[in-house]
Design a binder for this molecule. Structure first.
Ligand code: ZN
Ligand code: FE
Length: 241
């Protein structure tokens, strides 16, 4: 009885996520930016789609939404704050709202920073976090609209999730994030172990995600910044790296 998350590689380095509630077979897709591979993945999983979840308005996350909705007729859920610039929403949500998928349900977490209206979804059943472009493995999203204080607060909320939480993020950025992370924390053993794991995953042609929140808390420098000032300095350094 839990949510099973499977990555769908799309575009250059994006991931859409296929979610299946093992109790009922209910299925969702997260950030279906490229319709052809997303529709193929849904068909391969049985052709059922109950829900479309959007983390934020950037085209590399939402561009295929209407095509996928037209094909399967599933309702689209996204941030109320960004309803004006998202594809047409069937439900607009905000912090602490609950979004059902079969017998499971996600909690909406407002995570401004990368964009003003960014949201994440957390399924306690299965411990699955859809982190969009807020939290990546060994990195975090660039501050395109929000400021460092907002992003720091967003990451603090995510840090409170259980160790076993699967961090299902929007991009395969782990190897480039690893180079920066090692430059600021070369002696972090957990980081070095995670970098070795990610290198082996890439060498085997596999995704490096999802990682776990426990691993990210131990290895991701952006989750280890003690305060907003340190986080802001780290984010600025990464932008110039
Ligand atoms: Zn983005
Ligand atoms: Fe993105």
């Amino acid at each position: 009885m839990s949510i099973i998350a499977t990555s769908v590689a799309i575009l250059k380095d994006n991931y859409a996520w296929l979610l299946r509630d093992s109790a009922t077979g209910a299925t969702a897709i997260v950030d279906p930016a490229d319709p052809a591979p997303v529709i193929a993945a849904i068909e391969a999983a049985g052709g059922r789609l109950d829900l479309i979840l959007l983390t934020h308005h950037h085209a590399d996350h939402v561009a295929g939404t209407d095509a996928v909705r037209d094909r399967f007729g599933a309702p689209v859920v996204g941030a109320a704050a960004d309803a004006h610039r998202l594809p047409r929403l069937d439900r607009a949500v905000t912090e602490a709202d609950t979004v059902p998928l079969g017998a499971a349900s996600a909690r909406v977490i407002d995570t401004p920073g990368h964009t003003r209206g960014q949201i994440n979804f957390f399924f306690a059943d299965g411990a699955v976090l859809l982190s969009g472009d807020t939290l990546f493995s060994l990195g975090c999203g660039r501050l395109i609209e929000g400021n460092a204080a907002e992003m720091f607060a967003s990451l603090e909320k995510l840090k409170a999730l259980p160790d076993e939480t699967l961090v299902c993020c929007g991009h395969e950025y782990t190897e480039s994030n690893a180079r920066f992370a090692l430059s600021v924390a070369p002696d972090n053993a957990a980081l070095r172990a995670r970098v070795a794991e990610a290198a082996a995953q890439r060498a085997a042609g596999q995704p490096t995600v999802p990682s776990t929140m426990g691993s990210e808390r131990a290895a991701n420098p952006f989750l280890r910044a003690p305060d907003v000032a340190a986080f802001a300095a780290l984010r600025a350094a990464k932008d110039k790296f």
